[in-house]
Design a protein around this ligand. Structure first.
Ligand code: ZN
Ligand code: ZN
Length: 368
């Protein structure tokens, strides 16, 4: 079938929206009609060419939500009509990692996905007979896509797809970092460094876990205000004294939990140093630049701090994304307030501009 899609033709250049060919789903795959897709930092990062593992031409986008239209042979976990959220972090349930229960990093289709292909090593996307590769197993900057069935989370059809798409990446990453990776305890003190989509998700996650004090730290006063609407008890403008201030306000000890959501290794270090001696847990969610390392004075570890990292917030996508969506439907997560701009697919490059200018939290592409 013919679909409209945003193609990354060459790194560092705007995406080109055009007609491309999408083949029918093969065994273990599903065809999804997209209704909404968030514009995420990772899309922009790949388009820029800075990511050494990027490839072109490909169809970008990985924060999609839509409705299953057809399924390939042997597909039992989703059916036409199901509402789904795409998962760049799939969950097969059978590989050594999925069976362990200790991680959300599924091994089943990792190699093929990283190379831009579906699990059988081929692409369903093409143009004039020339192959176009898939992105993160999703390619959701398009009217429709074909993904592996293990890359889809079936969600409550009551949830508006425009809101559901945010659970495909940034929001779940932040929520999960607090709820599933760090497992914030009730009554604790939390500091969140960086209040973009992921950091705001961590604020909400900490609130849902019953944290008593949640300090949001960012360079933007507007974001501090937004964080406070989502449960932060304090909003601090970031500066070089943030660590000292955390220590000062916690009797010299530090915070029970800190979260880093900036990708800046200097801020990661602050998150480690602001964590409480004895039991503080510092969780890193940001993606640092190529070759950058996190500096930690070993004394911080010997005196009882733990440093964690989380990809997709340690969320087991097929099981837990539907649960998080239910909490949105129950009124516990105000997802709609994160959507700052709504655009059509043809304006996808404007979505990148808005992100570049740090204008708003999330731009969502609508396909209706
Ligand atoms: Zn993303
Ligand atoms: Zn697996």
């Amino acid at each position: 079938m013919k679909i409209r899609a945003a193609v990354l033709e060459r790194f560092g250049e705007p995406l080109v929206v055009q007609d491309v060919e999408l083949a029918a789903p093969k065994a273990g795959e599903a065809l999804v009609r997209l209704h909404a897709c968030g514009v995420c930092h990772t899309d922009m990062y790949t388009a820029s060419g800075v990511d050494p593992s990027g490839y072109a031409p490909c169809v970008l986008g990985h924060e999609g939500a839509g409705i299953v239209e057809a399924v390939g042979e042997g597909v039992r976990s989703v059916a036409p009509g199901d509402h789904v959220v795409t998962l760049f972090s799939p969950q097969c349930g059978e590989c050594v990692n999925c069976r362990s229960g200790k991680t959300n990093i599924c091994m089943a289709i990792r190699e093929q996905q990283n190379a831009g292909y579906l699990p059988d090593g081929t692409a369903r996307l093409s143009r004039d007979g020339q192959e176009l590769r898939h992105f993160m197993g999703c390619s959701t900057f398009a009217e429709a896509t074909v993904t592996s069935e293990i890359s889809l989370a079936k969600v409550d059809p009551e949830a508006p797809l425009e809101a559901a798409c945010l659970f495909a990446c940034g929001l779940s990453t932040g929520l999960g970092a607090a709820m599933y990776r760090a497992q914030v305890q009730a009554g604790s003190t939390v500091v969140v460094f960086g209040l973009g989509m992921v950091g705001l998700g961590a604020v909400v996650g900490a609130r849902l876990m019953g944290a008593e004090r949640i300090i949001g730290v960012d360079l933007s006063a507007q974001r501090l205000e937004l964080a406070q609407r989502h449960g932060a008890t304090d909003g601090w403008l970031a500066d070089e004294h943030t660590v000292a201030r955390v220590l000062e306000e916690t009797g010299g000890f530090g915070a029970d939990y800190t979260f880093e959501a900036t990708g800046n290794v200097g801020v990661m270090r602050q998150a480690v140093e602001a964590a409480r001696m004895g039991w503080g847990v510092a969780t890193m969610t940001g993606v640092a630049g190529r070759g950058e390392t996190l500096d930690i004075v070993p004394r911080y570890l010997i005196t009882g701090r733990t440093v964690l990292g989380a990809s997709f917030g340690a969320v087991k996508g097929r099981e837990q994304v539907p649960e998080l969506v239910e909490r949105y439907l129950a009124g516990e997560i105000d997802v709609d307030s994160f959507i700052s701009h709504r655009i059509g697919l043809d304006e996808v490059n404007r979505g990148f501009d808005l992100m570049h200018e740090q204008d708003g939290i999330r731009t969502v592409i609508g396909f209706d």
